[in-house]
Design a protein around this ligand. Structure first.
Ligand SMILES: [Zn+2]
Length: 242
């Protein structure tokens, strides 16, 4: 309960709040972080999440059939167009949309994740082919090692969306809330400080022969009340003016 603790805690909280927009620009949506970011005149961040468009081609070799993935934007747009024109039943367009966002009030505490794979066209693709397409698409765009990741492995089987608690952010919030509480408690010196200041001002006013409440001159008055504001004044005549 002293001014040093108040200043130190206030500075720590202000510093922490000033760091929150960082979470925001890193794909997080901290409510307070967004306020601070806008207060500082930050430009709106519009991050375009990646969307992967690939072409899956079913190649039959007698009884065997296999799925080939063609990334038109990286490999050949012409080839993709040609394959689609020649045998549209054996070609499907695959759109993989991974979405990830973080949200929270102070620090970011929740991670929202959703992965959607949409297959368009390809009437000759069986259900098994479509599963193979999902897998092959993820391998092609995220790398062959990516299926070791449990989330990616799950996306290879089905669309997936989940929200997860970020415990680091929760711990951050607990510490910040503790800081706010301690800051509030540290303000205990303020009322005592104001009371002392008020007493000093009142004494100084009486010394000048004025009412401590309204400043009305009490010189020469014997009454125990200020005639202007009605305030009780002990010994109005005290001071050098009497
Ligand atoms: Zn008065």
């Amino acid at each position: 309960m002293n001014p040093v603790a108040t200043v130190a805690l206030g500075a720590a909280l202000a510093w922490d709040a000033a760091s929150l927009p960082w979470h925001w620009t890193q794909g997080g949506r901290s409510t307070v972080g967004e306020w601070v970011y806008q207060l500082r005149g930050g430009a709106r961040v519009t991050s375009q999440p990646p969307v992967y468009d690939v072409v899956a081609v079913k190649e039959s070799d007698g009884a065997e059939s296999r799925i080939r993935i063609l990334q038109p934007y990286i490999e050949s747009m012409d080839e993709a167009t040609r394959l689609l024109a020649e045998n549209p039943a054996m070609v499907c367009i695959v759109t993989y949309t991974p979405r990830q966002s973080r949200s929270g009030f102070w620090a970011v505490t929740r991670l929202h994740e959703s992965h959607t794979i949409v297959l368009t066209g390809g009437s000759a693709f069986t259900a098994e082919d479509r599963r193979a397409v999902r897998r092959a698409t993820l391998e092609a765009v995220l790398g062959p090692e990516s299926l070791r990741d449990p989330v990616v492995a799950r996306v290879s089987r089905e669309d997936f969306s989940a929200t997860r608690v970020l415990w680091g952010g929760v711990a951050h919030n607990v510490m910040a809330a503790t800081g706010v509480l301690l800051f509030g408690l540290s303000l205990g010196w303020v009322p005592a400080y104001w009371a002392a200041a008020r007493r000093r001002r009142a004494r100084a006013a009486l010394w000048r022969g004025e009412c401590p409440g309204c400043g009305y001159s009490l010189r020469g008055l014997e009454a125990a009340k200020c005639p202007e504001c009605g305030r009780e004044v002990k010994d109005p005549g005290a001071g050098p003016g009497s």
